[in-house]
Every structure is written in C-alpha cells, then in structure tokens.
Design a protein around this ligand. Structure first.
Ligand SMILES: *[C@@H]1O[C@H](CO)[C@@H](O)[C@H](O)[C@H]1NC(C)=O
Ligand SMILES: *[C@@H]1O[C@H](CO)[C@@H](O)[C@H](O)[C@H]1NC(C)=O
Length: 308
C-alpha cells in the first residue's frame, strides 16, 4: 500500500521537475525567435531592373532571379520595354518566389532620339526582324520610381534602399549587404566597365575625393549604375528626381544622383571602395542560323513552340 503511495509521489515530483525544465528550456527559444527581429532591422532593398525582349533574355533573368532569391528583404521591380507584359517574364517571376512588382512601358521613339549614340543603341534581331534598339532604360526606370513613390507614400515602413540593376550584370551577395548600410547615397567599385578592370571612387581618409574612371571622366559622377544605391525615403522628399532622355549616354547616373548628393557626401562602402562585389558583365549576342536562308536537304524541326 505505502509502496504504491511513494511511487505516486515520485511520479508527481518527476512531472513537476519535467514541467520546470520545460519552462526553462522554452524561455531561451522564445528569446531567440523574437528579440533579434526587433534589434537587427534589415532595410528593404528595392531592385529596379529594366528588361527587353531578346534571345538571351530568359537566360539572363534566370541567372539574376536565382541570385536575388538568396537576398533577404528584397523587392524586385522589373519593367519590360513592351506594349504588354510578356508571359515569359510573368511566368519567370511567378515561379521565382521573389517579392516582385511587374511593370511595362514601351520606349517612345523620339525625333531627338540618340540613334547616332552608339553606346546606347544596338542593331538587333528579334525573331528575324532587325531593328534599332536604344537600351537607355529611361522610361522604364522612371515608371519604377513612380510606382515606388506611390507605394512608399502609403506604406507604414518608408525605409529602404533603391538599387538600379541591369539584367545581365553579375552581383555578389556581398553588394546587397553593403547597400543596407546606406544613409543617403552609398558607392562602391564596379568591375569590368568603361574600358577598365575596375571603375571606382577614390577614397581619402574615409571620404570620396574623386573617381578613377577613363570613360567620359568629365561626368559629374563618373560611376556606373551598378556602383551606387540611394536611401528610398529620399525619393519621397524629392518627387522631381528622375532620369532624362535629354542627356547623352553615360550621364544617367549623374542625372539621378544630382538630386540627392554631392561627391564629398557620398558614403564609400565595400571596405572604403577597395573591394569589387559587382561586375558590369554583358551577355554576348548569340548568333542563330536562319533555317529559311539555308537550303538544307534536311531542315531542322521547327522549334517555335518552345520557350527559350
Ligand atoms: C533615409 O532618409 C530619411 C529622410 O529622407 C531619413 O529620415 C532616414 O534616417 C534615412 N535613413 C538612414 C538609414 O539614414
Ligand atoms: C575607411 O577609412 C577610414 C579612414 O582611414 C577608417 O577610419 C575606416 O575604419 C575605414 N573603414 C573601413 C570599413 O575599413
């Protein structure tokens, strides 16, 4: 009889110890889950990418989107240079699991178009139609900035960083870590651009004192689009800030930066601009044989139904 009672007591004490241990164990778990979120705030990065139809478009966007999937708190604003949004881009975005906004605006052909400006315009062939394409991205980036302002105006959290990204550049994950430190405008080196191994701001005593650039060094800010990021909230403070069709090629960066900063205000990132975390790579234009022109005995099977 007493033996059974003792057993019950042991059982009760055992359960009490178990409950106490459980409470002590769970407390650190709760701390781990909730405290760091409050203390280590990650600003949202708004990546703005203009894109246009070409044979390597899906390949380039696949590579870029799969880099972006590894970036926390990232919102991709992708703007197609087209009358309508394409299925190719819409499906790629849907399948990406990225947070995104899909926009489109067709580049207007203007009488003052910079057709002679060989740096911006390329003679290209899409589905055997050859035409001039001026890849300046002005309308597309401005459309993205309009969306961003509308979005931030009603958003509870107006903080963030804006980064203009070409769809064929190469981005290290480290460049995104750097741009989260931006207070107003942050800058860093860009690899393989403007005829140089690396184009970069010159930093003296932790401040930008000039630029190491060969291509059009007389530009107010001789840096590539991939070499800076801007505090997103400042786009609300400067509703007039936008890109312009009226400037010559290579001046778009200066055009937008002039609204926000001066050279000595720039914040040098990437270890005082000594590290390369982004490269201005360009996808080579593929050459595809035209089966209609080749009088082959055994012509290839038509492949128009396959998305490439
Ligand atoms: C971004 O700019 C706003 C003002 O436009 C400022 O209040 C905010 O502190 C800035 N963010 C950072 C991280 O400095
Ligand atoms: C950049 O240079 C300044 C001045 O020399 C120095 O104080 C600072 O620690 C450097 N920053 C980094 C990230 O190395």
């Amino acid at each position: 009889m007493s033996f059974v009672n003792i057993k019950k007591q042991y059982l009760a004490i055992g359960m009490l110890v178990f409950v106490i241990l459980f409470l002590f164990n769970t407390r650190p778990v709760f701390q781990c889950q909730f405290n760091p979120e409050q203390s280590s705030y990650l600003p949202t990065i708004y990546g703005i990418t203009p894109t246009y139809l070409r044979l390597a478009q899906k390949a380039d966007l696949t590579r870029l989107s799969q880099t972006l999937m590894l970036v926390k708190n990232f919102h991709w604003i992708i703007i197609e240079d087209s009358e309508e949004k394409t299925k190719l881009v819409a499906n790629l975005l849907k399948e990406s699991n990225l947070k995104y906004t899909h926009l489109n605006v067709k580049t207007q052909k203007s009488k003052h178009s910079t057709l002679l400006d060989i740096n911006v315009c390329v003679f290209q062939t899409v589905k055997f139609n050859t035409s001039w394409y001026c890849a300046s991205g002005v309308e597309q980036r401005n459309t993205a900035l309009d969306w961003l302002r509308t979005h931030l105006a009603t958003a509870e959290d107006k903080r963030g960083v804006v980064y203009f990204m070409d769809d064929d550049n190469t981005y290290s994950l480290k460049v995104f870590e750097e741009m989260r430190k931006v207070k107003k405008v942050g800058v860093w080196p860009v690899g393989i651009v403007g005829g140089m191994r690396v184009e970069m701001p010159v930093v003296t005593d932790g401040k930008v004192s000039g630029f190491n650039a060969w291509w059009k060094p007389f530009r107010p800010f001789p840096i590539d689009m991939a070499g800076f990021a801007i505090n997103a909230t400042m786009f609300l403070d400067h509703p007039e800030a936008k890109f312009s069709r009226k400037v010559q090629s290579g001046f778009q960066e200066s055009e937008i930066l002039k609204y926000f900063t001066t050279t000595d205000e720039l914040e040098p990132l990437a270890d005082n601009c000594t590290k390369v975390y982004v490269w201005h790579t360009r996808t080579q234009k593929p050459s595809i044989l035209n089966p209609k022109k080749l009088k082959l005995k055994h012509p290839p099977i038509p492949d128009d139904h396959i998305e490439v």
